[in-house]
Design a protein around this ligand. Structure first.
Ligand code: BGC
Length: 364
């Protein structure tokens, strides 16, 4: 059982639960119970449909799914949909036609896959939403992800901590960024962060100088760096010709670096900027004292949790589920295995990446 940290978060969660498409408090755990024989042969086809390469984690996932599904004895069909939603729809349809027994989906647009996932369900395939929830369909069996709300909470806390280190007391001038509105995660990250930041905006500690505090005002279409950079350019010229900008909530590393690029181009000091994903360039930036924080969501663990789920399904067992309440996709609550994200700043980077062969080289 887990409780959210503060009442605002509870209120937000309750509101989302009522609106039928968000998260609610509470978790429960089940794991590994057996329920009969093999569901399908071990060498069956497993489809993995990934979105566009909007951050490094997806590229890492592609390689891990290919090698680790194969070494577990499955046939793997791992595809990216760089061309967009239509391409992803076609890929999933073709995985169904080829007889995939499990289809793992990292959706570009979580609301646009209903027809293809229904086809998967009708063909008897099991559908696992990977990292991003798929919405408004009953044709999704499980969800595997890092705890998205907690990611946002950690980002909000890191922003406050970075600001306090920079200047003993507020008010602090900040701006807010969110991810792509077609990705179900973007709203959850933002809600998590705002559960921490909104009370500080309300009490005057934080000042969002542009006044843009609503999710729809701060989204970044397609999680594209150029969109964040453009918005930051506009925010600076409209609001910060004389004022200092102390901090920026950025939902991930790609956008954090775009925001920092914009600030530098305007010859402003780099503010406290949050991130997510532990991308190589951002870890370098953190170690160099520019970007303030990132989140470690080790892709190796997420892919492993997903493949463990595939193995359990194949063997006719119940996969590990840690949450049966939070992820209502508008039609059903999707049972989830949620992993724990870790905040990383310069202070704990060495320890946080100790087991990562690439990132540990960057932390000195
Ligand atoms: C993932 C993030 C990632 C973003 C952009 C989200 O759904 O959870 O880790 O930064 O997509 O690729």
């Amino acid at each position: 059982m887990r409780r959210l940290v503060i009442p605002v978060a509870l209120a937000a969660a309750a509101a989302l639960a009522l609106s039928g498409c968000g998260r609610a408090d509470d978790t429960s755990t089940s794991s590994g119970s057996s329920s009969g024989g093999e569901k399908f042969p071990k060498n069956s086809l497993i489809g993995v449909s990934l979105p566009q390469k909007t951050s490094e984690n997806w590229v890492l996932a592609e390689n891990l799914f290919k090698t680790d599904l194969a070494s577990a004895g499955f046939q793997a069909d791992v595809q990216f949909a760089n061309g967009g939603v239509g391409e992803q729809q076609n890929q999933i349809q073709s995985m169904v036609t080829k007889g995939a027994k499990v289809i793992v989906v990292g959706a570009i647009d979580g609301s646009q896959l209903g027809t293809q996932l229904k086809a998967a369900k009708d063909a008897g395939a099991v559908v696992i939403a990977y990292d991003r929830l798929v919405k408004n369909t009953d044709a999704v069996n499980y969800y595997v992800a890092y705890d998205n709300f907690k990611v946002g909470v950690l980002q909000g806390n890191a922003l406050l901590e970075g600001l306090a280190k920079k200047k003993a007391s507020g008010p602090y001038n900040i701006e807010l960024f969110a991810g792509s509105p077609d990705d179900a995660n973007a709203q959850v990250f933002f809600d998590g962060a705002m559960s921490v930041l909104q009370p500080k905006i309300d009490d005057g500690t934080l000042k969002v100088v542009s006044g843009q505090t609503k999710f729809n005002q701060v989204v970044t279409q397609g999680w594209k760096a150029e969109n964040a950079q453009k918005r930051m350019d506009t925010l600076i010229s409209a609001n910060y010709s004389s004022a200092a900008i102390d901090g920026v909530l950025s939902p991930n590393d790609t956008l954090a670096r775009a925001i920092i690029t914009s600030v530098k181009a305007a010859s402003k000091p780099v503010p406290v900027v949050t991130g997510q994903d532990s991308e190589v360039e951002s870890v370098k930036s953190i170690m160099a004292g520019e970007q303030y924080s990132t989140i470690n969501k080790d892709t190796r663990n997420l892919v492993k949790a997903t493949i463990d789920m595939v193995k359990a399904i194949q063997a006719g067992q119940e996969p590990k589920i840690t949450d049966t309440k939070q992820y209502n996709n508008g039609v059903k609550v999707v049972p989830a295995n949620l992993l724990d994200p870790v905040i990383v700043t310069k202070d704990n980077a060495k320890e946080a990446y100790a087991n990562d062969p690439t990132l540990s080289k960057l932390t000195g």
